[in-house]
Write a new protein. Structure first.
Lengths: 333, 260
């Protein structure tokens, strides 16, 4: 492999039901920064059918070029068809970096492609940068349940691949006046390439707020003591126009649905205000919330890790403090 | 149905602590367990065997002490256990790990390869799909239900962020299990005595079907350049007062920042 033959930053533009996923736009935001540092083009790779508008949207969000593989067989994601089309594109056009969202689809697709190309793939990166000397990608991710941050390099193989969780990077502002080359082509894929038959796709309408979108999050941990604790938190969240959320322990205990989990194995959030109640602050949790604009922690234990990342750390029992906050805020209004 | 389950022995990351002075992991005294998702994979394999007949083999790649995890799997009801261990595997990233395991799996007779979605010490979810790719077989990830339609057809339900899909797939296939798939059984008393007599097969790099230059650290495309504990955010303010006063003070601060 001649490393110098590989040029450009590619982003996988995940779509589901013809709709671009938010993470694809976030990857373009980060990809723009990396492409700038490397002095190369940023390309979005879109697979699907009837997706011309989405292709334009990718340009508006920062893509210098869009590769759009069109086929009815790509309308819905399958491992086999997607891996085939993308691997052929990579072998043909040789990008140096390929970023994929760490979604259910991205985490199914990424390793399949990396193994076929025999290149490195770093999962769930929370930081991406360029080593200006070697021009290698520096991929930082939490390890050991988030207890440690590891920076990974893939020096001798291309493309350098990484998956990134939704919510980690910020998308750029939309600019509809941008123009770029949209390279649409008929993908060479046939039904015999697809070994798995999809019988049904069922959407379960979970009546939950996307915690990634909330401005205020009132979050609970093991220290809540029981499911009832979330009722106390919810009152404050409702009053502040926000949502509740929980740590991994609360989800594992069945106190709250997985959709509300903040942390390395849950969601990454960056609200204007994050209020952590009875959360000790394992790094796996911190990884999911430490970029919040303002963090309030409420904990009986002054030495808990969460108290060190908080902008405002209240030492005490949430059972007293949270209801008191509710009544004092009500009195203000 | 012959099923091979890939197991990993992992440190219980809930128990891993950080040395606050040195900023390193304290590993001493941290218990080793079978990776939780892998246990769901094993449970499902055992359920399928009970209904359809066949054999369940567990394999694990790791240091010699990973044998403990394999014995626990035998006590749960697996028929056969293989430990893949060799210094040549040391330092393998997910790609080199998937490759080594695929080399061992090539030696085995399987209809289904079952793995956990991801291991709690790495959380990558990459080794399963990488094995499937190296073996050129299809994969279904995030499996929450499996139904055997006939000798070589499975109907599988796989989870998505906002729902699920059901798919039909022919064996051989690799499946990755999630927690929602089942509730793993405990070790069986009668098996516990049996397993101490049972041999665990030990395979080294020479015993599996691989190009040895692609194993271990030298066969790994990725390298860890550095590790660090997270840098702390800027110092915040600790409020340690009676709760009514504390709240009044905190709210005044939030008001200043236009947060309420």
């Amino acid at each position: 492999m001649n490393i110098a033959d590989y040029k450009g930053v590619w982003v996988f533009a995940e779509q589901r039901d013809g709709e671009l996923q938010k993470v694809a736009l976030e990857l373009l935001g980060k990809g723009k920064d990396l492409a700038g540092k490397l002095g190369v083009e940023l390309t979005a790779v879109l697979l699907g059918s009837d997706m011309d508008n989405a292709a334009k949207e990718l340009v508006a969000y920062g893509a210098d070029k869009v590769i759009y593989a069109d086929s009815p067989l790509l309308r819905h994601y399958t491992t086999d068809a997607y891996a085939k089309v993308i691997c052929e594109l990579i072998n043909d056009r040789k990008p140096e970096v390929f970023l994929i969202g760490a979604t259910y689809i991205g985490r199914d697709l990424g390793p399949r492609i990396a193994a076929r190309l025999r290149t490195g793939l770093t999962a769930d990166c929370t930081g991406l940068d360029v080593d200006m000397e070697s021009k290698n990608l520096l991929m930082t991710r939490p390890a050991f349940g988030g207890n440690l941050m590891a920076t990974i390099e893939c020096a001798d193989h291309r493309p350098q691949m990484s998956t990134v969780r939704p919510g980690v990077f910020e998308k750029l502002g939309k600019d509809d006046s941008r123009t770029a080359d949209i390279d649409k082509f008929k993908a060479d894929v046939s039904s015999s390439d697809v070994k798995i038959k999809i019988d049904q796709v069922i959407k379960v309408a979970k009546n939950v707020m996307d915690i990634g979108e909330a401005d205020v999050i009132v979050s609970g941990g093991r220290g809540l003591g029981s499911q009832e604790g979330f009722k106390v938190l919810k009152e404050l969240a409702d009053l502040l126009g926000g949502t509740i959320a929980g740590s991994r322990a609360t989800v594992d205990n069945g106190w709250i649905d997985k959709a509300y989990q903040v942390g390395q194995t849950g969601k990454t959030v960056r609200p204007k205000m994050y209020i952590a109640c009875g959360i000790s602050g394992a790094i796996q949790h911190l990884a999911g919330m430490q970029d919040s604009d303002f963090i309030v922690a409420i904990n009986k234990d002054e030495s808990a890790a969460i108290m060190k990342v908080a902008d405002l750390a209240l030492v005490g029992d949430y059972r007293k403090i949270v209801p008191e906050m509710v009544s004092q805020i009500k009195a203000m209004k | 149905m012959n099923i091979v389950v890939c197991l990993k022995q992992v440190p219980d990351t809930n128990e891993v602590k950080i040395d606050p002075k040195k900023g390193t992991l304290i590993r001493e005294g941290v218990p080793s367990i079978i990776n939780p998702d892998d246990k769901n994979a094993l449970e499902e394999a055992l359920v399928i065997k009970e209904k359809e007949g066949g054999k369940v083999t567990v394999i694990s790649m790791g240091p010699p002490q990973a044998e403990v995890a394999l014995r626990e799997a035998l006590a749960m009801g697996a028929d056969d256990a293989i430990l893949i261990t060799d210094r040549a595997f040391a330092g393998a990233d997910t790609c080199a790990t998937g490759y080594a395991l695929s080399g061992a799996l090539k030696k085995l007779d399987y209809d289904i390869i079952f793995a956990g979605r991801q291991a709690i010490d790495g959380d990558t979810a990459q080794v399963g799909p990488e094995i499937a790719e190296f073996l050129h077989i299809p994969q279904v990830t995030y499996v929450e239900e499996v139904e055997v339609k006939d000798k070589n057809t499975l109907k599988v339900k796989k989870a998505l962020e906002d729902g699920y899909e059901t798919v039909t797939v022919k064996t051989p296939v690799l499946l990755t299990a999630i927690k929602e798939l089942n509730k793993p059984r405990y070790m069986h008393m009668k098996n516990i005595f049996k397993i101490f007599k049972q041999d665990i097969k030990v395979w080294h790099a020479d015993d599996i079907d691989v190009d040895k230059s692609l194993l271990g650290l030298s066969g790994s495309p990725t390298r860890v350049r550095r590790t660090a504990t997270k840098e702390a955010r800027g110092k915040g303010e600790i409020v340690n007062k009676p709760y009514k006063e504390a709240v009044t003070y905190a709210l005044s601060k939030l008001k200043e920042k236009h947060l309420i």
